[in-house]
Design a protein around this ligand. Structure first.
Ligand SMILES: NC(=O)c1ccc[n+]([C@@H]2O[C@H](COP(=O)([O-])OP(=O)(O)OC[C@H]3O[C@@H](n4cnc5c(N)ncnc54)[C@H](OP(=O)(O)O)[C@@H]3O)[C@@H](O)[C@H]2O)c1
Length: 281
């Protein structure tokens, strides 16, 4: 195949690492933003040990820092003529209220806002490379609503609620971005990887954590739907939610386009308040 370039966040662990290996097996060139370069280098060596021909480009990028996201996006745009697939996979689940370098609540900032910003910064490169795909790793835990009155749960933080809201944000972003890009050749879809044994649960209390290896599936299984959305040649849908490599239903709230636009506006406003401009779409 002619060179196909994929940018994947969160490749150093869990579902992301299994996705990176799956993409390497299929011959994709990989751009991997990592917050821990040593861990990133280890991941790169694991990929090269199995698929030595793979081009793996590591970049330092902490999604908990908007200036790091901006620097990374600028580096990608200056070094790569094309980007065919963007996979927004990285995520956190924080049991206690924690803040990023920008002073934002970590779950909302990493799971939603950093990926929102990264995606908008890269849309023109994807456009140039079209047909292109954006894939957002969400979750069936997206139930509930967006808490616009206190989107960062600063008053009453609850790790599960913050995580659920961030995954709902992933789907709302998917739907509204797909709508805004409907006249382009960029598709945008979200997915549920399944209940997968990964490090994302490391912040949970021990009595819940020890159960996970017994009931959850492997990261390889968790990567299947992402790989399907990235590689299925005949995929023509956009703005949809997938599970088990098939279209799946998502919550009523995740289809509310007014909520999606309100979240979009809030995200732009939060970025602007921190001094970051978002390209107009
Ligand atoms: N596991 C499940 O059952 C499940 C179910 C539904 C959805 N998901 C979703 O699947 C995605 C992948 O999660 P996972 O389960 O594979 O978790 P994981 O093993 O903990 O992997 C998370 C990845 O995100 C990266 N990351 C976290 N914070 C970052 C930051 N500030 N900057 C850059 N990278 C950062 C981590 O980097 P480090 O290696 O440096 O920590 C790691 O590579 C997430 O979006 C999650 O919400 C998971």
């Amino acid at each position: 195949m002619s060179e196909k370039i994929v940018l994947l966040t969160g490749a150093t662990s869990g579902i992301g690492k299994a996705t990176a290996l799956g993409l390497a097996r299929k011959g994709f060139t990989l751009i991997l933003p990592v917050r821990n370069f040593e861990k990133g280098e280890k991941t790169k060596q694991e990929i090269l040990a199995q698929y030595p021909q793979t081009k793996v480009h590591l970049f330092e990028c902490d999604l908990a820092s908007l200036s790091s996201v901006k620097r990374f996006a600028e580096a990608v745009k200056s070094q790569f003529p094309y980007l065919h697939i963007l996979i927004n996979n990285a995520g956190v689940w924080k049991n206690k209220l924690t803040f990023t370098q920008d002073g934002l609540e970590q779950t909302f900032a990493v799971n939603h806002l950093a990926h929102f910003y990264l995606t908008l910064l890269l849309v023109d490169l994807l456009q140039k490379s079209a047909p292109a795909r954006i894939i957002n790793v969400a979750s069936d835990l997206h139930q509930g609503d967006i808490h616009f009155a206190d989107v960062e749960f600063r008053k009453h933080y609850n790790g599960l609620n913050a995580y659920k809201q961030s995954k709902l944000a992933n789907i709302l972003f998917t739907r509204i971005l797909a709508e805004k890009l409907k006249n382009s050749q960029i598709s945008v879809n979200a997915l549920m990887p399944g209940f997968i044994a990964t490090d994302i649960f490391e912040d949970l209390p021990f009595f819940l954590r020890w159960l996970i290896p017994f009931v959850a599936k492997s990261p390889e299984k968790g990567a299947e739907t992402t790989l399907y959305l990235a590689t299925e040649p005949h995929l023509r849908v956009t703005g949809e939610y997938f599970k088990n490599k098939q279209r799946a239903s998502s919550s009523h709230q995740s289809k509310n386009m007014q909520t999606a636009q309100k979240l979009w506006d809030l995200s732009v406003q939060m970025l602007q308040q921190k001094g970051f401009q978002v390209p107009n779409l």
